[in-house]
Write a protein that binds this ligand. Structure first.
Ligand SMILES: [Fe+2]
Length: 368
């Protein structure tokens, strides 16, 4: 048996970022590919044959001998077999260790400098989850942590910031928040909207409260709808972190964690919250908690001026009743495991769960 070489997701992120010439070969079943994928990858439908141990499974896959191939499956096992077949054909081939489950942790960063602060966007590439490290002077605020707390600490250290505050824009249902863990590993103050029904202690914040961070003011804008505690943060009147209330290609969805009779109420609240956001200056940069598409490594900071979104997103132009009706009629499927994840996020304790299994799959927090 040919010894198959493996690489981890960090190496793959670097290779893509460096624009190294590679072929990423996805060999999962079609339905898994449809669910989520690495944008730079190619798909080859050979899963059934590979599963039976058929060494001819990749006979119709054409490749260039000079370009390294990285094989990818869900957990990094069948991709070893695919890599072995291609290695036998003379390819330079690597299997992605841990497969798409491991890719779930892959991230990159982009930043925007303002006069008195810097905002670093930390992007979980596969899921499109966006968290933010906002720094001013020597202090930082971390919003919507979804990755290992060490990553945020390293980002802050590099900038000579001390993490003073941490928060979540809302109780997430599509990934396990790492904010509580980050609080416990730093001396940061953990704030949350007073409506947040969580079992751990936090500092309650309220509408229009001003949080002083270094040389900037951060204003709390209560924007319920997606959830009852959803909150947006206005950073020095330059940017607004909108959580899952407003995205750059759509609006939040009101039904996650909601009983049917709450969907109407939440849709109404969402409409009112969006109206509040739309009253802000058109120049303000909207920075959401998600994208609906996988992120291309190295792509620009994901944000958009509010005035552009008013033009771009049709539902923002609707009257209340039409907005609610349209929203309810377009609700997509709920994310896998969302109830379990939301329950975990209410306690902050994920002991006994595998995060990669729980969080696998694309994000579905928005409605375009
Ligand atoms: Fe959400």
């Amino acid at each position: 048996m040919t010894q198959v070489k493996q690489i981890n997701w960090k190496t793959l992120v670097n290779w893509i970022d460096e624009k190294k010439s590679i072929t990423i070969l996805d060999i999962r079943p079609q339905n898994e590919r449809d669910e989520w994928y690495i944008p730079e990858s190619q798909y080859h439908n050979a899963y059934e044959k590979l599963k039976t141990g058929d060494f001819d499974a990749l006979n119709d896959f054409e490749f260039d001998q000079r370009t390294p191939i990285i094989t990818i499956c869900a957990k990094g096992r069948l991709s070893l077999f695919a890599a072995e077949i291609l290695a036998n054909k003379g390819a330079e081939v690597y299997s992605l260790e841990g497969g798409m489950n491991a890719w779930n942790s892959a991230y990159d960063t982009q930043e925007i400098d303002f006069d008195h602060c810097k905002i670093i966007q930390v992007r979980r590439i596969a899921k499109g989850c966006l968290s933010y490290v906002i720094g001013s002077g020597t202090e930082a605020l971390v919003v919507d942590s979804s990755l290992d707390p060490l990553i945020y600490k390293e980002i802050a250290d590099k900038e000579n910031w001390t993490i003073k505050f941490v928060t979540d824009t809302h109780i997430h249902a599509d990934y396990v928040s790492r904010t509580l863990e980050l609080t416990n590993e730093t001396s940061a103050k953990h704030f949350f909207h007073s409506n947040a029904k969580v079992s751990y202690p936090f500092t309650a914040i309220h509408e229009n409260e001003i949080i002083k961070l270094g040389n900037v003011n951060i204003r709390v804008l209560f924007t319920p709808g997606h959830t009852f505690e959803s909150t947006s943060y206005i950073i020095d009147d330059k940017a607004i972190l909108t959580g899952d209330t407003l995205f750059i290609d759509g609006v939040g969805r009101p039904d996650l964690k909601a009983e049917n009779d709450q969907v109407f109420l939440k849709s109404k609240l969402l409409y009112e919250s969006l109206q509040k956001i739309m009253k802000l200056e058109g120049e303000i940069l909207v920075m959401p908690a998600h994208t609906s598409k996988p992120i291309f490594i190295g792509e620009a900071f994901i944000n958009e001026k509010l005035e552009h979104l008013k033009e771009k997103i049709p539902s923002l132009k609707l009257e209340e009743s039409a907005f609610i009706e349209t929203l309810i009629s377009k609700l997509p499927q709920t994310p896998p495991n969302y109830l379990t994840i939301a329950e975990i996020n209410k306690t902050g304790n994920y002991e006994g769960y595998s995060l990669t299994e729980l969080e696998a799959g694309a994000n579905r927090c928005g409605v375009s």
